[in-house]
Write a protein that binds this ligand. Structure first.
Ligand SMILES: [Zn+2]
Length: 169
């Protein structure tokens, strides 16, 4: 297991539409590295392209908020259904120090495969639903700043420029 570098806004891989993956040993090793990376960053979620690989894999880990929670692995996920609407403040490991309240569905049903190759379905609400929707966007190349109002984008434009410059360096 290795902690991988997290790519920041400005890296083109964050805008890539990720491809489905086979559940083989290399995928399992990669998932183990993603888990180590997420734990190290103490984030709630991580998508594969945030560590530079455009694969349809993401993690959700509520343990920073609920110690009894375990990390959940979603490989080749499919959103089956969403409903409701909720405003919640989001951050993103690829956008350090940027937080913004975003409205997204309150409930989501997602089907995916876990790291052992088992298919599962989860009906999520609250923060877990929020993390799933945020991470699912990542693997489609969508970012939370896409939901920002023009005024909010204007307010963070300086921070975005810095991130872009840093990831080009
Ligand atoms: Zn993110």
């Amino acid at each position: 297991m290795a902690v991988l570098p997290i790519v920041l806004y400005g890296n083109p891989v964050l805008r890539e539409k990720s491809q489905p993956v086979a559940i083989d040993q290399s995928t399992k090793n990669f998932v183990a590295d993603m888990i180590a990376t997420l734990k190290d960053a103490q984030g709630l979620g991580l998508a594969a392209n945030q560590v530079g690989k455009a694969s349809r894999i993401f993690l959700a880990d509520l343990s920073p908020l609920e110690p009894a929670e375990d990390v959940r692995v979603f490989i080749n996920p499919q959103i089956i259904e969403t409903s409701g609407s909720m405003e919640y403040e989001e951050g993103c490991l690829s956008f350090p120090d940027i937080f913004y309240r975003i409205t997204r569905p309150e409930f989501v049903t997602v089907r995916a495969t876990d790291a052992s190759g088992k298919e599962f379905e989860v009906k999520a609400d609250g923060i877990l639903a929020r993390v799933i929707l945020h991470e699912y966007d990542h693997i489609d190349g969508k970012l939370f700043i896409d939901f920002f109002s023009p005024m909010a984008k204007e307010m963070i434009s300086g921070k975005l420029k810095k991130l872009k410059a840093a990831s080009a360096a």
